[in-house]
Design a protein around this ligand. Sequence first.
Ligand code: HEM
Length: 408
Amino acid sequence: MATIDRGTIDLGNHDLWVDGPPYALFDELRARPGVHYSENAHWPDEDGFYSLVRHADIAEASKDFKTFSSEKRGIFVVDDIGVPLEVQRLQMISMDPPRHDRLKKLVGKAFTPARIADHEDAVRQIIRDVLDRHSAGDRIDLAVDVARPIPARVIGSLLGTPQEDDVKLVHWTNVVTAWEDPEVRKAWDSTLDEFQEIIQYIEAVRQDRAEHLGDDLLSALITAEVDGERLAAEEVAVFFILLLAAGNDSTRATYVATMRALIENPDQRQLLLDDPSLIPRAVEEGLRCFPAFGFMGRATTREVVIGGETIPEGARVLLWYVASNRDPAVFEDPHRFDLMRENLEQHQGFGAGGRHFCLGTALARMELRIWIEETLKRWPAMELDGPGTRMASLFLNQWKRSPVILGA
Ligand code: HEM
């Protein structure tokens, strides 16, 4: 059995993340036997965590929900994110079966591939409207000016909320997911108050919709039935928040990171310009190289041996997709952005199978495909215009600012 090197490297140290995920460190940890433990000194009131960094270990843990619980300690690097665990557990991403099974079945009834496919024209129009605000030669911030409004409106249009509320909804998304970044955090004193505000907003929208049912996702959520049972009002509200949180950050992060990679790898961009039918491959390679969520957390319900290490009961275990998606055991020359690579479909950007596998894959893939296509059509020679700024977060693998010059 390998020994865990306590205290030497703390992956929770934000200094390691200033320029993005510490890939070299992950390479080193992946090559060592055993499973690494970090003290998590950044959060002195919280305890440490174990890190799964190999593709096979993450697949194993994702499928064993009985041992690796999402509910016990939530999915983050700490228990308390300003929203206490008991409130986090209202969201299905932080639930175990049987609660999770029931909810996933219910929302699955509303979130069907057919509904998503029907939305394709609307998604393209939303993307065109935002891109057409800018012209060749403009200097813009890709992350703020382009990436923020699009997923917000796509989800807003699915749910049927008015466009003028998008900015508010994006802000609320940050409250739930970007709580690690001091720039975001100082903008809100009391996360829980804001959480209550969101619930009130959604409850008003839900009540109104229940009286005027339409063909939107929210109406489908309100009326979905499994075994004669419907979602309770509170469950609809909490799921709405999860959709905003899961769908906004992730899609915009993937778009910005993939566009940057295409700028930095002109040969790859040229492949797409010559043959746009390869764009879905660029989307998958973007999801592999830059998984929008750096990790998902679990907690052990019993002592378990994984990755050659014994992990005690009750421990926090982080499933680092930023590491597993660059595991050379699965991906050759893993740090290269290469849309023609083999095994592309094996990336874990949407999770590694198992019960919590992303619900929004069809929507995210469609949105990113159209978005990259429309961007390349307008600005095939876009260039970076400065270094950009990272979100100060281990959870969100994201560019907060990304200045570019739009080149036609
Ligand atoms: C590039 C875009 C996206 C990425 C990279 C992504 C990634 C993920 C990941 C890693 C998980 C957790 C998997 C696990 O723990 O095993 C997840 C769960 C989830 N995602 Fe996504 N996601 C994306 C887009 C979306 C969109 C657009 C939606 C919906 C609008 C969405 C809704 C969800 C939901 C509801 C869950 C929780 C599922 C559950 O707990 O059963 N995601 N996503």
